[in-house]
Design a protein around this ligand. Structure first.
Ligand SMILES: *Cc1c(COP(=O)(O)O)cnc(C)c1O
Length: 395
């Protein structure tokens, strides 16, 4: 077992060696621009890009023509939220999202407010979810877009996307979902889910950093999206810029491998390891609480708090474990994240929040190592905490 052990797969994943192998030639001898139509370098690159488009489309049940390459889920979210809302400006100026969305969705929504849109940010239930009824109650005659993520990057909460998709379809409202965390972990069929726009990021699914995709549904009623980048008119005018051929080829292979994971039981193995982590943790460490619900949760996510232990202190003590805390990830202050605050949990509990993200390369030995280390460090830090008895809310 290599140290430190990696339990931060929601932040990014290791690029699969098979993905790396597939990318090499496209950095080296096959360096053509996929938009060059006058020689074989371009033709070969273009063929590789189109093959990858098919692979990514297949993972989500889409047609290749519905895939737009971007630089990652941040750009996909921006293009979906800004592009779809602006294109519908004449029809209405109301957008619905939730307080627990990724900043790549929340910040474009705030941008829309400055352009005259109204934004409803739905509160989440104690398990971190928004239900279709919550969305229905917020819909207005002028609502043009609903954007709700498929799997949350901090607490793993999975919204009932198919129900919300059916509701939006019935009301003639566009529906975007950020599936950066869900792709490869949950089966995705865009038609069955009723989504019009869906964001993906390769580096969250064992592909390279710097490449993503936006699914834009084709057919009636039409999904109009205004571009946010202007230039060479690539990707049917929706996203100008020379295509990153090596990264796209890698993303395609990564999508293929994720489809295999879903089909061959690898995702269930991941769920089994995550469940073992939670079971063993409760057996060996006192006063540990789960943040978010259990049932509707990504199979690779565990987010917990330890009574009387600051997450930052715990991570400093465990240099041999790479994980993430629920505070400070976006700011210099040790404020609990907006997601934990949205759950309404006590700030003391939020300060103790630690996120474990398992992945394809996580082994059972690593889970055992993690639990063993926590069983040592949590009691040790509690012994050092003079405020222990007052630092946990009465339950
Ligand atoms: C990582 C992530 C993003 C941002 O993706 P990038 O490809 O890094 O830009 C957006 N949304 C969610 C839910 C994520 O987990």
């Amino acid at each position: 077992m290599d140290l430190p052990v990696y339990f931060d797969n929601h932040a990014t994943t290791r690029c699969d060696p098979r993905v790396l192998d597939a990318m090499w030639p496209w950095f080296a001898e096959r360096y053509g621009n996929a938009a060059s139509r006058t020689h074989s370098f371009g033709h070969v690159a273009n063929a590789a890009v189109e093959a990858a488009r098919g692979q990514v489309a297949a993972l989500i049940g889409a047609s290749p023509k519905e895939i737009v390459w971007t630089s990652g889920a941040t750009e996909s979210d921006n293009l979906a939220v800004l592009g779809a809302a602006r294109a519908r400006r004449a029809r209405g100026r109301h957008v619905i999202t939730a307080t627990t969305e990724h900043k790549a969705v929340l910040d474009p929504c705030a941008r829309l407010e400055s352009e005259g849109f109204a934004v409803t940010r739905l509160a989440v239930r104690p398990d971190g979810r928004v239900l279709a009824d919550d969305v229905a109650a917020a819909l207005r005659p002028d609502t043009v877009l609903v954007t709700l993520m498929m799997g949350n990057n901090e607490i793993g909460a999975v919204h009932p996307i198919a129900e919300i998709g059916a509701l939006c379809k019935a009301r003639g409202v566009l529906f975007h979902t950020d599936a950066a965390q869900a792709a490869g972990k949950l089966p995705i069929d865009v038609a069955a889910l009723g989504v019009d726009l869906l964001s993906l990021s390769a580096h969250k699914m064992y592909g390279p950093k710097g490449i993503g995709a936006l699914y834009v549904r084709r057919g009636r009623p039409k999904v109009d999206v205004e571009p946010i980048l202007f230039g060479g008119g690539h990707e049917r005018g929706l996203r100008s810029g020379t295509l990153a051929v090596p990264l796209i080829v890698g993303f395609g292979v990564a999508a293929d491998l994720c489809a295999k994971d879903l089909a061959d039981g690898s995702v269930e193995r991941l769920r089994g390891l995550r469940d073992k982590l939670w079971t063993d943790l409760r057996a060996r460490v006192d006063d540990v609480v789960l943040n978010g619900g259990w049932e509707h949760r990504l199979p690779n996510n565990l987010n917990v708090s330890f009574r009387g232990v600051e997450a930052e202190a715990l991570m400093m003590a465990m240099r041999d474990v790479a994980c993430s805390s629920g505070s400070a990830c976006t700011s210099a202050t040790l404020e609990p994240s907006h997601v934990l605050r949205a759950l309404g949990i006590d700030p003391e509990v939020a300060h103790g929040s630690v996120r474990f993200g398992l992945g394809r390369f996580t082994t059972e030995d690593e889970v055992v190592h993690l639990v063993t280390r926590l069983a040592v460090e949590v009691p040790r830090l509690r012994d050092m905490n003079p405020m222990l008895e007052v630092s946990w809310p009465s339950r």
